[in-house]
Design a protein around this ligand. Structure first.
Ligand code: PDD
Length: 285
């Protein structure tokens, strides 16, 4: 297996990352997860634009043009003989041998690497019967609009869910009106309530690529969509709830803590089918 590392292809077990990399010492960096199929990364432009916009905002140099990254990625996928899989991209602020919090001097090269890896294993029954999710406090910082490497709160949330036989965590924050659900540990979510589709507005959550595709598909189909804060109490009385992400696509939810839903719901099934069409179109484009 090979990885792409700072402009070259390396063996995955070769030691290439410096221990003083700010990605390791400070989690000072960004990542992206894309799907691959037929030798290509999917929805490439959208994912790279998200990463580049964040890198600009956080002042991390992005070392290549989008089309260069695409060519490197396609070659990496080919070298690994990967068909259906995941492309992981990481960008860090580079090395700092003194581990200074201060940004490194201008011209310090960023670290940029990519892995082409098999698709995560997900129990297919989750799509057929719906997944169980478990609520957990969203303990993250105020930079959740960016896909930063600081994933400890997500890791704790997801492992809390796994410990309770859940597939994913639904993270909540608190407001004077009560708990509201922000997103999953590594997914966005939607509720169907009285024929309307609800999803949180981008209020310190990740602007998910899949989320925005579902919104477009649903709008085209004539669904009423509300992007706003959604209280946990509202989620618990919704008709349908489903998760969305690059890796899981649309995943119906059958249980949140002790509340059980009929899953997959009618609207969820419609949107699962429509998203699959968009996905296949992207593969064939
Ligand atoms: N996670 N919210 C969070 C916190 C995420 O980490 C992700 C993606 C999403 C969904 O975003 P998108 O539709 O762009 O994949 C929402 C990836 C898949 C991961 O961490 O593996």
């Amino acid at each position: 297996m090979q990885a792409f590392f700072n402009g070259r292809y390396v063996k995955k077990d070769e030691e290439v990352i410096r221990l003083e990399d700010r990605g390791l010492t400070f989690a000072d960096g960004l990542f992206e997860v894309l799907r691959t199929a037929s030798g290509r990364p999917l929805f490439f432009q959208e994912h790279l634009e998200r990463m580049i916009e964040s890198s600009i905002e956080l002042g991390i140099d992005f070392p290549y043009a989008i089309e260069e990254v695409r060519a490197f990625a396609e070659k990496l996928i080919e070298k690994n003989g990967l068909d259906e899989g995941e492309l992981y991209i990481e960008l860090t602020r580079g090395c700092d041998i003194n581990r200074e919090h201060r940004f490194p001097p201008k011209g310090t090269p960023p670290t940029f690497f990519m892995l082409a890896i098999p698709l995560r294993k997900i129990d297919p029954n989750n799509w057929k019967e719906g997944a169980k999710v478990v609520t957990y406090e969203d303990m993250r910082h105020k930079l959740c609009i960016h896909k930063t490497l600081n994933l400890l709160p997500n890791i704790l949330a997801k492992n809390h869910a796994y410990a309770h036989r859940g597939y994913e965590a639904l993270m909540f924050r608190r407001s004077p009106l009560g708990k509201y659900i922000t997103e999953g540990g590594s997914s966005s979510y939607f509720c169907v309530s009285n024929g309307r589709l609800l999803t949180p507005e981008i209020d310190n959550i990740l602007p998910g690529i899949t989320r925005s595709k579902i919104i477009n598909i649903a709008k085209e189909k004539g669904y009423k969509i509300e992007e706003r804060r959604i209280l946990l109490d509202e989620v618990l009385v919704a008709d349908e709830v489903f998760l969305v992400s690059t890796v899981s696509k649309l995943m119906p939810i059958r249980q949140i803590d002790n509340r059980v839903f009929r899953a997959p719901g009618e609207t969820t099934l419609v949107l699962m089918k429509l998203y699959e069409e968009v996905f296949q179109k992207e593969i064939n484009s």
